[in-house]
Design a protein around this ligand. Structure first.
Ligand SMILES: *Cc1c(COP(=O)(O)O)cnc(C)c1O
Length: 374
């Protein structure tokens, strides 16, 4: 069997170090907000190239907390794409604000800047909701077009929250994913490019006021001490054990990115004549959270995925059902046909196995299986 992801190879590589670092936490006993948490935050901020990093309990909370800090709620509009994981719009709705979807670019699968500006203008004209923020998603590891998106956000004075849950490790214009916007969020869910052994996440920012607010929100809105609560918050901390694990994994993360790039390049070489392969525009680097290809149509995708399944090769469809068509979002009032690019791509896309340690032989088998169909 060739799985979508195999975390056991990385575990074997780091086994001794990870066990030692977990043992250290068990010995010192500071399970909550222990020294490893602070060390990890320092290292993450350095890695990404921002002033501050706040770790937290998941990528979802990493999106929720900055929105909470900015006071986003009822009557506010937050723009994002319908071609992402449900968490990106869920946090907006949880706060009582309204997600407004913006269609994607057919080549990068990321938010189309022109359509963002159109959506902001329309919202202002309608006058029902106040545009407050945009959450661009670095889909499959490729950073969104921040040069254009940040300029539009500045023009309309709205916040940018980069959803780098998949993008962590990617780059754009010499800057790392996680450094864009007013704040950025990432996830350490095990299958993400940098994952822990449970749930975890982090927020990045250069804004000192936001940094202080996030640290407070993470601990129930705590003020000067635990008897003082200044604002509404959540229990949003990252476990010390997970921080210790992430410190080990961060030490080999750049080597793993290189390996992911090699896997992606081999896929692209082997598949570009038969399928639509991922586009990485000039000046961009993907973290290759996923390697997603496009079939000609729905029927061809069925045939290709079936052929791989017959060879015991796993595939997954990210994302089969766009967010504007999810039952949880019925109240938003969207319908089929509202986002034609997203809908078209969701019927043709599928992801192939992708992890740093995917062996040459397995890669060749996947490519050979797909080529033999054509
Ligand atoms: C995984 C993911 C999240 C949520 O992260 P969790 O750690 O699972 O809460 C948010 N946005 C995107 C784009 C993701 O891929």
């Amino acid at each position: 069997m060739i799985p979508m992801n195999d975390l056991s190879i990385q575990y074997k590589k780091l086994e001794v170090e990870i066990h030692n670092s977990i043992d250290r936490v068990l010995e010192h006993g500071k399970y909550i907000m222990g020294p490893e948490v602070l060390e990890l935050e320092k290292k993450l901020a350095e890695y990404v190239g921002v002033k501050y990093s706040v770790t937290c309990s998941s990528g979802t909370d990493a999106l929720l907390m900055p929105l909470l800090a900015w006071g986003i709620g009822k009557g506010d509009a937050v723009f994002t794409t319908p071609f992402t994981f449900i968490a990106t719009s869920e946090v907006v709705s949880l706060l009582g604000a309204t997600p407004i979807f913006v269609d994607i670019n057919p080549e990068t699968f990321n938010m189309e800047p022109i359509l963002l500006e159109q959506a902001i203008k329309k919202t202002i004209e309608e006058g029902r909701l106040k545009p407050r923020a945009v959450i661009p998603v670095d889909l499959f590891g490729l950073p969104a077009d921040y040069e254009k998106l940040e300029a539009i956000a500045a023009k309309y004075n709205i916040k940018v929250l980069e959803d780098a849950a998949q993008g962590f490790g990617g780059r754009l214009m010499g800057r790392k994913a996680g450094s864009f916007g007013d704040a950025a969020s990432t996830s350490f869910f095990p299958a993400k490019p940098l994952g822990c052994y449970g749930d975890g996440g982090a927020i990045f920012t250069n804004d000192l006021m936001l940094y202080e607010a996030l640290k407070s929100i993470r601990i129930h809105g705590q003020g000067i001490d635990k008897y003082d609560n200044r604002r509404l918050g959540i229990n949003g901390r990252l476990d010390t054990i997970q921080a210790a694990i992430l410190l080990s994994k961060l030490s080999i993360f750049d080597d793993e990115l290189k390996l992911r790039n090699e896997v992606a390049n081999k896929y692209t070489d082997g598949l570009k004549e038969i399928l639509s392969v991922p586009q990485v525009p000039n000046g961009y680097r993907s973290s290759w959270a996923q390697y997603a290809v496009l079939a000609k149509d729905y029927e061809e995708r069925e045939v290709l995925m079936r052929a791989l399944k017959d060879k015991d090769i796993q595939t997954t469809i990210y994302y089969q059902k766009p967010l504007h068509l999810q039952t949880a979002n019925v109240k938003l009032g969207y319908k089929e046909g509202d986002f034609v690019v997203t809908e078209n791509i969701s019927k043709r896309i599928f992801s192939l196995p992708m992890y740093p340690y995917l062996e040459k032989k397995a890669l060749e088998e996947i490519i050979y299986t797909l080529r033999s169909i054509f």
